[in-house]
Design a protein around this ligand. Sequence first.
Ligand code: ARG
Length: 465
Amino acid sequence: MTTNQKLWGGRFEASLEDWVEEFGASIRFDQKLAKYDILGSIAHVTMLGTTGILPADEVEQIKGGLKSLLAKHDQGQLVFDVSNEDIHMNIESLLTAEIGPVAGKLHTARSRNDQVATDMHLYLKDKLSEVLEKLGRLQEVLVSVAEDHVETIMPGYTHLQHAQPISFGHHLMAYYSMFKRDSERFAFNQKHADLSPLGAAALAGTTFPIDRQETSDLMGFESLYRNSLDAVSDRDFILEFLSNGSLLMMHMSRLCEEIISWCSHEYQFVTLSDTFSTGSSIMPQKKNPDMAELIRGKTGRVYGNLFGLLTVMKSLPLAYNKDLQEDKEGMFDTAETITVAIDILAGMLSSMTVNTAKMAKSTEQDFSNATELADYLADKGLPFRQAHEIVGKLVLECSKAGHFLQDVSLEDYQAISPLIEQDIYDVLASKTAVQRRQSIGGTGFDQVRWQISLAKEDLAQGVKQ
Ligand code: ARG
């Protein structure tokens, strides 16, 4: 009888102290993998039966036990114990309690190293589908709000200064394009998540006549790892997820930052619905865009998860090292953060009120039509540099006088250049300025409608996973 009761206790004469055991254990967080661990074990034991490694009756007993654990898990009835270290040994110990010592045969031709990698792949495959579905919905919301606001005029900014008027729909469609690229990246991520590591065993494969293709097929994997060392030590699929999640959060954070500004008293471009806003405990008038701020804030932890794992991986020799246990919390956290953040953002966008008059008005008391005047002169043959100079001077004069380009009389315009005629006032109107930008991908209404129609085609097709 060994003095160490662990599943691996045979060669030990003493046990870990509780606090040391606690440090090494992952059950507190890897219990999220329970379902995948059981499903992977069902595939493994099925294969041990078909290959004749285990007799049919034992396979049935083990499978029956695993299925009963799965049912208990679905009802939230599995109780884990830190002394069993991780999810794999907890499940094995629960299986032993369920069916007796035959449970010990399940681990034939397998190691926790290929087992944990398998669980992580199965988990991420599911999460990627969920993320893609949610991202599709967010893109639909953007397209639908953009469609309602093709002709809503807002100031377009560079350096956060009014630059040229644009369509609010166009502005939103820029975010659509970012989220489309995010979807494509997550879809590509599936290719590397959809590989079965099972059968790599500890690191070198096994002498048992296992059938890796069978377990891979049973678990629904597209393909399998070709190298057993790579299979147990690869975490690229997780790093890709953390990196794709970081880019997605960065995009969401940029949009949230704009929403936060847009609801400020200075802008008043949008009003968030009460269902996505909070109040202040001291200032009764406050309505704060907390959810947008939180998405912006949570971007930090998602970046942190990426850097955490990149750093864990950077000096790891092949093959499995316990450091790899640190791959989990960041992955779960990123998965949970991005899925809820996507939903919050979609809800916030679809329920906000766009103050169209306020947006349009802010392009009427500024110089964001200065390019129109310069282009007008260039169109009439004046070299653009000269036109730029003339308009620049006029802007300076107007700002000193406290009025705008549209307030300059035709007489004064003609004194500046005889090329300027009555039609200049129409050209200077923000709506005309937007409408006329018909270069491909420009903010012209027809161009925005074109983007929207392509987006709808994309969304109807869905991203190929
Ligand atoms: N809990 C471990 C992890 O998450 C499982 C694999 C342990 N393997 C081992 N040889 N210690 O990485």
